[in-house]
Design a protein around this ligand. Structure first.
Ligand code: ZN
Length: 296
């Protein structure tokens, strides 16, 4: 009787705490945005570690020995792909782990780069700037979690479905926000070329002196070209990014009179005190910041 009571008690405890820390599947996500997506799908069953944290620049990241340890402990590693994390294969090799590496952007239509911009990437990695693409990311993360933790299938499916619903609402919200901006004012400057997928999805034109990576600096010629473009096309505003040096943008603003419209978040979330601690907050913040600067 006592034994039966104890086992009943244990069963109750287990169902109340299905996710004791040591039972949770250990997942590594390469950067803050993927970490947030993985947390939304993994919920209580997954323990998500992120390599490049809030406000960090994954283009130029140097992994540490602690990162190799995180990879060695992980059951899945989730990467963006599309050439974003140039350092990841070496890091996985260095960790000595045979962990599966899941490419979250698999199935997304890559945006091919137009030539002549001084960078050596074939496709634009910033696919998460389109909410529709992130629905693909979420499906890939869900499937990878199920494949590596089949007992959690129902949880992962329910979490993903709930989150995909929020993404649909977000996508519509961005469309509604952009629709209110006069068409001729939907044109802005950012430091690095991170918003090509946002442009494709929502119809705001972004011009950037720096290429799709932050690795190479903009040349004086690139900057001069942008300055004359701002004047010619009467581009109303320039925006800073949390992962880029603001000085270049200030120079363009000073020389052209285009106003500084605020900060957009391209490649990294903020910490909990900033305006973009989650992916949904980030996209919403960017859309509102754009409309706030371009509407008047
Ligand atoms: Zn970038």
């Amino acid at each position: 009787m006592v034994i039966r009571c104890i086992s009943a008690l244990i069963a109750v405890l287990l169902s109340a705490f299905p996710a004791l820390a040591e039972d949770r599947i250990k997942v590594v996500a390469t950067f803050s945005i993927l970490g947030d997506l993985a947390r939304n799908v993994g919920g209580d069953r997954a323990d998500i570690a992120t390599l490049v944290g809030p406000n960090g620049d994954a283009h130029v990241y140097s992994p540490s020995p602690a990162d190799a340890k995180k990879i060695a402990d992980a059951k899945i590693v989730i990467v963006n792909g599309l050439g974003f994390e140039g350092w990841i294969s070496r890091l996985v090799r260095a960790s000595g782990s045979k962990v599966p590496v899941v490419v979250a952007s698999k199935g997304v239509k890559p945006r091919r780069m137009e030539g002549g911009h001084g960078h050596d990437h074939d496709s634009d990695p910033h696919a998460w700037q389109s909410v529709a693409n992130v629905k693909t990311y979420v499906a890939n993360i869900r499937d990878a979690l199920i494949a590596n933790d089949p007992a959690g299938r129902a949880t992962y499916e329910a979490n993903a479905t709930a989150y995909l619903g929020k993404l649909d609402a977000l996508d519509q919200e961005v469309r509604d926000t952009v629709a209110k901006i006069p068409a001729e004012r939907r044109r802005i400057i950012t430091t690095h070329d991170a918003f090509g997928y946002f442009k494709q999805a929502y119809g705001v034109e972004f011009v950037a002196p720096q290429g799709v990576s932050t690795e190479s600096e903009a040349s004086a010629k690139d900057v001069a070209k942008i300055i004359s473009q701002v004047r010619r096309q009467k581009i109303p505003a320039v925006f800073m990014e949390n992962v880029s040096d603001p000085r270049l943008l200030k120079q363009i603003s000073d020389e052209t009179g285009a106003k500084v419209g605020g900060t957009l978040y391209s490649d990294a979330l903020t910490d909990g005190n900033g305006p973009a601690p989650t992916y949904i907050d980030m996209i919403r913040h960017n859309a509102r910041t754009l409309s706030g600067a371009l509407m008047n």
